[in-house]
Design a protein around this ligand. Structure first.
Ligand code: XMP
Length: 329
């Protein structure tokens, strides 16, 4: 696509002219497409004056940290520091079950970790990084700053998504947003031009607060996170094996805090239930639940109950958006 090749060249030049030869930039990678493509563009422009970090908050999917770090290293040759902040995040989330409180805590912790990363770099470089790379897309720009007369307003938000404009003004970072004029499909194409592997570009979206919004209630109880990770991995693998991954916008498992009675291996059990959700969508704003065939659902259900300790029941979410949201919290 010659037009996108031009956009790429232009953006690389723009970043070069923005970030002076003695300046440094930082970027928080989430493991998602947008931040990865944004960082790759900036890396092409300023090389090792870009410092990326990936924060493991303990709310990631199965083997997520190893998988994305491997992609950054082997496929993208992007130097990334992995910060393990699991205990810090989970410590703060202990005993908290309100969804919005969970989001606020995660947002605040994330800023604290990122600020510390910046301070460490300042000591090492003798100068604090002045630029922040973000994978903001055009729809994010419109949503957080609606054009006059569009009838939309800031207070239009249903959930506090913390990945847009979440960093406090006192960090005084100048924003570098090379994807600001692009839509998701264009970012994927840019990613292709930058040799980002296609399996990575096709990954389903994943919310900033991670599995915290997929464990209903307190995430630290009953080994919920590990249980959810396994069930989710089984579900996703079944979807991939059936060749359905690319036609689904998002699919995931949800951990329910309720216990129900079951019978497993001649024994009565009293264990947790897992809900499965899969949707099709254009942009996440509205969505339809995905119509799997019943044989597929039966297979996933028995695989999860036979493999995941502490689960004796699987239910499938047949609600569209609206009335439900995509995530359960
Ligand atoms: P909802 O649940 O609002 O989700 O229908 C719409 C899309 O947004 C994602 N989502 C989030 N993304 N931070 C994020 O970065 C969040 O707090 C958050 N909440 C929901 C969700 O996965 C879906 O793609």
């Amino acid at each position: 696509d010659w037009k996108l090749q031009d956009v790429l060249t232009e953006q690389i030049e723009l970043v070069k002219s923005m970030v002076g030869p003695d300046d440094y930039a930082i970027c928080a990678l989430s493991g998602g497409v947008d931040s990865t493509v944004a960082a790759t563009i900036v890396h092409r422009a300023i090389g090792d004056r870009l410092f990326c970090c990936f924060v493991d908050n303990g709310l990631m999917r199965y083997k997520e940290q190893e998988r994305v770090m491997e992609t950054f290293k082997s496929d993208l040759h992007l130097p990334v520091t992995c910060v393990d902040a699991t205990e810090q995040f989970l410590g703060k989330l202990k005993g908290v079950s309100d969804p919005e409180k969970k989001r606020k805590i995660i947002g605040a912790e994330f800023i604290a970790v990122f600020d510390e990363f910046s301070t460490k770099l300042e000591k090492q470089l003798g100068k604090r990084p002045a630029f922040l790379v973000q994978g903001t897309l055009y729809p994010d720009v419109i949503e957080s700053c609606p054009p006059p007369g569009s009838g939309k307003s800031h207070s239009h938000t249903i959930k506090s998504h913390h990945n847009v404009g979440g960093l406090p003004a006192e960090m005084k970072l100048k924003l570098v947003e090379p994807l600001k004029w692009l839509f998701k499909d264009e970012v994927r194409k840019l990613g292709e031009l930058l040799d980002v592997p296609s399996y990575f570009l096709k990954r389903h979206p994943f919310p900033g607060p991670g599995l915290a919004v997929r464990v209903m209630g307190d995430v630290t109880l009953d080994n919920a996170l590990d249980t959810l990770r396994l069930a989710d991995e089984i579900f996703i693998n079944c979807i991939k094996e059936a060749g359905l991954y690319d036609e689904i916008w998002q699919a995931f498992a949800v951990y329910l805090p309720v216990k129900t009675v079951g019978v497993q291996g001649d024994k009565r059990t009293h264990s947790h239930a897992i809900a499965l959700r899969a949707i099709t969508s254009q942009d996440g704003m509205t969505a339809d639940w995905y119509h799997f065939n019943t044989k597929f659902l039966a297979e996933v259900s028995s695989k999860i109950c036979n493999t995941v300790r502490g689960i004796n029941r699987v239910v499938y979410d047949i609600t569209s958006k609206p009335p439900a949201t995509v995530e359960w919290e």
